[in-house]
Ligand binder design. Sequence first.
Ligand SMILES: Cc1cc2nc3c(=O)[nH]c(=O)nc-3n(C[C@H](O)[C@H](O)[C@H](O)COP(=O)(O)OP(=O)(O)OC[C@H]3O[C@@H](n4cnc5c(N)ncnc54)[C@H](O)[C@@H]3O)c2cc1C
Ligand code: FES
Ligand code: FES
Length: 1330
Amino acid sequence: MCKKWNSSLKQGIFSPENDSLQPGSFFSLTPFLPVHLTGTKYSCGSGGCGACTVMVSRYDPKTKKIHHYPVTACLVPICSLHGAAVTTVEGVGSIKTRIHPVQERLAKCHGTQCGFCSPGMVMSIYTLLRNHPEPTPEQITEALGGNLCRCTGYRPIVESGKTFCAESTVCQMKGSGKCCMDQEEKSFTSRQEKMCTKLYNEDEFQPFDPTQEPIFPPELIRMAEDPNKRRLTFRGKRTTWITPVNLNDLLELKTSFPEAPIIMGNTAVGPSIKFRDEFHPVFISPLGLQELYFVDSTDDGVTIGAGYSLAQLNDALHFIVSEQPKEKTKTYHALLKHLRTLAGAQIRNMATLGGHVVSRPNYSDLNPILAAGNATINLISKEGKRQIPLDGRFLEKSPEANLKSEETVLSVYIPHSTQWHFVSGLRIAQRQENAFAIVNAGMSVKFEDGTDTIKELQMFYGSVGPTVVSASKTCQQLIGRKWNDQMLSDACRLVLDEIYIPPDAEGGMVEYRRTLIISLLFKFYLKVRRGLNKMDPHKFPDIPEKFVSALEDFPIETPQGIQMFQCVDPHQPPQDPVGHPVMHQSAIKHTTGEAVFVDDMPPISQELFLAVVTSTRAHAKIILIDTSAALALPGVVDVITAEDVPGDNSYQGEIFYAQNEVICVGQIVCTVAADTYAHAKEAAKKVRIVYEDLEPRIITIEQALEHNSFLSAEKKIEQGDVEQAFKYVDQIIEGKVHVEGQEHFYMETQTILAIPQEEDKEMVLHLGTQFQTHVQEYVAAALNIPRNRIACHTKRAGGAFGGKVSKPALLGAVSAVAAKKTGRPIRFILERGDDMLITAGRHPLLGKYKIGFMNNGVIKAADIEYYINGGCSPDDYHCLCCSALTQVMEFMVLRSENAYYIPNFRCRGRPCKTNLPSNTAFRGFGFPQGIVVGEAYITAVASQCDLTPEQVKEINMYKRTSRTAHKQTFNPEPLRRCWKECLEKSSFSARKLAAEEFNKKNYWKKRGLAAVPMKFTVGMPTAFYNQAAALVHIYLDGSVLVSHSGCELGQGLHTKMIQVASRELNIPESYIHLSETNTTTVSNATFTAGSMGADINGKAVQNACQILKARLEPVIRKNPRGTWEVWVTYKESISLSTTGYFKGYQTNMDWKKGEGNAFPYFVYGASCSEVEVDCLTGAHKLLRTDIFMDAAFSINPAVDIGQIEGAFVQGMGFYTIEELKYSPEGVLYSRGPDDYKIPTVTEIPEEFNVTLVHSQNPIAIYSSKGLGEAGMFLGSSVLFAIYDAMAAARRERGLTKTFTLSSPATPELIRMTCVDQFTDMVRLVRRAPC
Ligand SMILES: Cc1cc2nc3c(=O)[nH]c(=O)nc-3n(C[C@H](O)[C@H](O)[C@H](O)COP(=O)(O)OP(=O)(O)OC[C@H]3O[C@@H](n4cnc5c(N)ncnc54)[C@H](O)[C@@H]3O)c2cc1C
Ligand code: FES
Ligand code: FES
C-alpha cells in the first residue's frame, strides 16, 4: 500500500557511474513515482496547486509518535525521504482492491469533474483524517487551502470532506441550526413540481474506520531508533546530497562546505533551482535532526527549533497562547494570524522556521512580525554559539548583521510581549490564502508604563522592495510622541518619505503599495488605540465605533449552501437514469488516480521528449537560429525548426514554427527532442536566436486602434433608429469599460503524445482536446498527408474551458513534425509557464457606450462598440470555415443586449491585431466580457436617475414574447421567473437594507449587493456547426459500446450520454460503456464547446439507439417476456451496430442584414451576490450568492449544478482576482500559480445556493438545456456587488456618484477607488529617490 522510499534510497544508490539524474533532479519526488502509479499529478511544479499532494509519514524517536503530513511532491527532494513512508493516492485505495471512504465520498458528492485535481484533494483530506479522524469543518477548509480546482467551484469537495465531521454539518444552514430540508418544504409548497435537495445519498457511504489504515512500516521505526546511525551521502554526477547524523556532524559539514545550502523544506531552494537555474554542487540536509526540533518555554519567551515546520510552529504557538496570559502573547497571536493564510497546508508542513528566517523572501509574512517582536536568532558553528538580532539590518541583508556561511540557525527566540507593548501583523494579498502578500507588515510599539508616550516603535514592511524593509528613521523620530491623530499623520508622511518604491518597481502597483504602507499603519494605530482603551478606558478614549470593523481581517468560513432541482417524476421507471443526479462516469477512477490522462500513458519504446524554444520578442526579424550548442548536449536527438515542416508551415494564417519573423513573445521558434525532458529543456536554453526588432510593436487595444490594426471586418447588429432616438431622450451618458483577459488555467496543461507508425505515413496522436477534427486537419497540413492517415484519441482532458479548442491543433502539428523528423514517438508536455505563455486565453475587451435614457430609467437608445485584443492571428479552424476569434466576436455582438429591450440599439465589434499570442475561445465566448459593458451602463443610468441598478434592470428587462435586436423571437418568461425568484428567495430587498444599515455603522468596511439577470445562448449561429454523430455497437453479451463526437473535458458529457443510451435502449447504465473519442470511429466531429455537447451528441446517440431498438423490435415482439441478453442475438441476422446522426439545429444568421435565428434557444438565469470590502486594503469577502438557472429539464442535476457552480467560481475569479500582467514589450509576467491567482476554497461564497428552475425546451433532447457556460457570467454579480460597496464608500466620502468601472475588481482597484485621506496623501507625497 505505502510506497517506502527508504529501500531505494540506501546510501550510494546514485553513484557517479549509474546516476542518470540531471542537475536538480534530486529536487522533486514526482519523476520518481513509478510509472504505473498515475495518481500523483503534475500541474505547476512550484508547490502552488496541490495536484501532486502525497502524504509523508515519519517516526519521531523522541516522542515515539508518527507524524503524518501533506507535501507537494514536486518540491520534495527524493533524498530527503530517507526513513520516511510516502503514501500516494494509490496507497489510499484502488478500484482493484478497495476504495477508501475519502475517495468514495469525493466521487459520490460530485467533487470531481475533470478529475485532474482529485488525487491531490483525496490526499489532503486523507492526511487530515490520519491526524484528526473527526475533523471540524474549519479543519477541512484549512486542509484544502493549498489545492486548486478549476472545475468544481470547491463546494462539493468541501461537502465530501464535511461528511467526516463529528456531527454532519452538510445540511445545516449556517448558524441557524435549521436543516436545509425544512427550508425546502417551506420554499416550494406552492409550486407544482417537487423540488429535491439531495444530490447524493449518504446512506450509501461506507463507514470510515480509522483503525483500518495501514500501519507505519516497523522497519522505519527500527531505523529511526537505531543508535548507530551514519551520515548518508547520495552522489550524483554533478551534485552530492549529504544528510548529517547529528548536530556535530552538521557543523563539520558546514565547515567543509560553507557555501552548501541547508535543505529543510526546500520550498525556497527548490523553486530557485527549477525556475532561476541556481546550481549547487553540495546540499546538506539536516531534516529530522533531533537537535533542531524543540520548544523551550521560559518566563520571558519561547525558543523554537529551526527545524520546526511552519505547521509545527503553528501548533506550538497555539499551545503557548493557551497557557500564557494574553498580554504576553501578542507576538504569537500576530504570527498565528499569518500562519493561517501563508501558502497552503502542504507548504506549511514542509517549510521550516529556520528556512523561512534565513531565506528572507521580500514577501515574508513571518519575518516582519518576528522583527517587530524583537526575536533573536540562535546560531551555531564549530566556533561555538552566538545570537544575532532578527532585526532590520538582518532582514535587509546587511553583511555585518548576517550569519556567517559556516553557521547554522539552531533556533529562534521570541520574547513574550509585555503589558504596555503591542505587536501586530498585517497583510493583503490578491487572494486570502495561498498568495504572496502584495504588502505586509509587522509593527510594534512600547509605551512608557501607564502612558501613551512612545518608548519604542518598530515597523517592518514586506513586498515593498527587494528585501523586507524597516522604517527605522520614521520610528526613531516618533519616540516620545503621544499615540494620537497628529502622531499618525506625521508617521504616515515620514514613512512615505522613508520607503521609496520606484515607478518601475518589480510587481508594479506602486501607488497602491504606497497607499497600503500607510493604510496598514492606520490599522495598527487603531488597534493600539483600542488596546490602550481596554487597559485604561478613562485615560485613553476608544476609537469611534464606526472604525471598529477596520481592525479585523475577514474570517475564513467553511462554505455552506443548498442545491435545489426538480425531482424525477415518480412515474418514471426506476431503471431510467435520466433526470437523476448520476455520479460522473469516471469519478471513482478520478479519486483513486486510476483515470489515465495523456501524461499517465506508459513510456513507449524509443520515445523522445520535446521542449520548446519560444520568441522573446514581440515583433522581430529572425537573423539567426544557432542550434549547435543544444545539439552537442547529451541525450539531444534533434532540433526541429520551420525548415523541417514537410507540408504547410503557415496554414490558413497559423504558423507552426516561426520562420524569418516572430509576431509575438511566446511564438514557437523551434523544439528540441531529447531522451528525457530534463535534457530537452537544458538544450532548449542553449539555442541561440538573434533577432532584429521590427516596427510597429502593438500590444494594447489602444495601440491597435492607433495603427488601424484589425484581424477582421466589423460585425454589427442594429434595430430602430439610434441617432434619431438620442435627440429625444432626457439624458445621454457615454463611457468606456475595460475588461481584462483570463487564463484558462486548466489543471492538466496541454499534453500530446505523437506516435509515428511504421506503415503508410500514419500518425497516431493522444491528446486532451475539444476538437479532434481540427488537430487532424493541422497535422495533415503540416505533414502533407491525407487526414485518413491521422488518428486522434481523446480519453479525457484535465479541464479545457475553451483553451483546448484550437490550440491543440497547433501543438499537435508541432509535435507531429518532430515525430516525423525523428521517426520516434514524441511526448510533448507543456510546463505551466510555457502553456500560459503560448496558448493565451480570453480576449481582453475595450467597450465604449453611448446611452440615451429618460429620467425614469427607461433606456431609449444604446450605441455600443466592442474592441477585443485578438493577438497576432485569427485562431483559425479552417475545417469549419471559421475561427475562434470570429465566433467570439459574433457571439459578443449577438448577445450584447443581454436581458434588456432597448428599442434603438446598435452594437459593433471588431477584433484588433496585436503582437500578443493569439487569444482564443474561453467559456462563454465573449459573453462574460461583453455583458459587463451592458451592466456598467445600467449601473451608470441608475446612478443618474437616483434609482437602484436592480430597478433600472427591471424597467428595461424583456417582459413578453419579443424579438431580439437581431430579430429572433423568444419568450422571456423563464428569465422573468429566475429574476423574480432570485430577488425574492434571496431576500434581496431586506438584505440591501441591512447592508445600508451596516454601511452607516462602518466607515472602513462596506457591504454591497447586486443582482444580474442573464439571457444566454446555446449552440452556433451557423447550422452545420451544430451537427453530431455517434456510433453504437451492441455486443452479443448485451453490453453496449457508445462512441460519439464529443470530448470528455470533465463536464460529464459521457455520463449524460450513458444516461441517454440507457433510457433509449431501456437497459441499465452498467451495460453501457464509453471508452474514448477518436477520429477513427466518428469522423469530422465539430468542437465540443458552446454548451451544446450534450444537446447535439445526445441527439446523435438517441438516433443510433432508436435505430437499433427499431431493428430489435421484431425480435422483442416475438418474445416480449425475453430479456435484453436474449433479444440481442446473432441468429436473427440483424446488424447490431449503427451510426446515429444529428443534422444540427437549423440556425442562421445573415450578417449583411444583421438578423437571423442565430441560436436554437436561450438559457436564462439570475444571480445575486453580497460582498463586504475592506476600504483600507481593497480585500473583499463574498458573503452569499444565490443562483437561479433555467435548466428546463435537467438530464443530470448533479452535473448541471456542478457546471453552474464551477462556471460561477471561474467567472468570479475572472471578475475579481485573476489578473494577467504584461510588460509594455508584450512579455507575459504571470506564468504560474504564484503570479496568477485563480479562486481557492476560501474565495467561494460563504453561503452558496443554487436552484435549477424548470421550463420547457422541446427543441432539445428530453427538453433539457446546455448549461456548461451560462454560470460564468453570473460571477459578475460579485463584480457589481463590489461596485455597490465601493459606491457606498465613495458616497460617504462625498465623491462623485459615477466612477469608471472595469474588470477585474482587484484589491488594487478597490482600494484606489475608495479614495480617502491616505490615497490623497500618497498622491501628494511623491518623493524622488534619495
Ligand atoms: C507555493 C509557495 C507558497 C508560499 N507562500 C508564502 C507566503 O504566502 N508567505 C510567506 O511568507 N512565504 C511563502 N512561501 C515561502 C516559504 O515560506 C519559504 O520558502 C520557506 O519558509 C522556506 O523554508 P524551507 O524550510 O523550505 O527552506 P529551504 O528551501 O529548505 O532553505 C531556504 C534557505 O534557508 C537556508 N536554511 C534553511 N535552514 C537553515 C538553518 N537551520 N540554518 C541556516 N540556514 C538554513 C538554506 O541554506 C537555504 O538557503 C511560499 C513558498 C512556496 C513554495
Ligand atoms: S504540481 Fe506540485 S504543487 Fe503543482
Ligand atoms: S475536477 Fe478539479 S480541476 Fe478538474
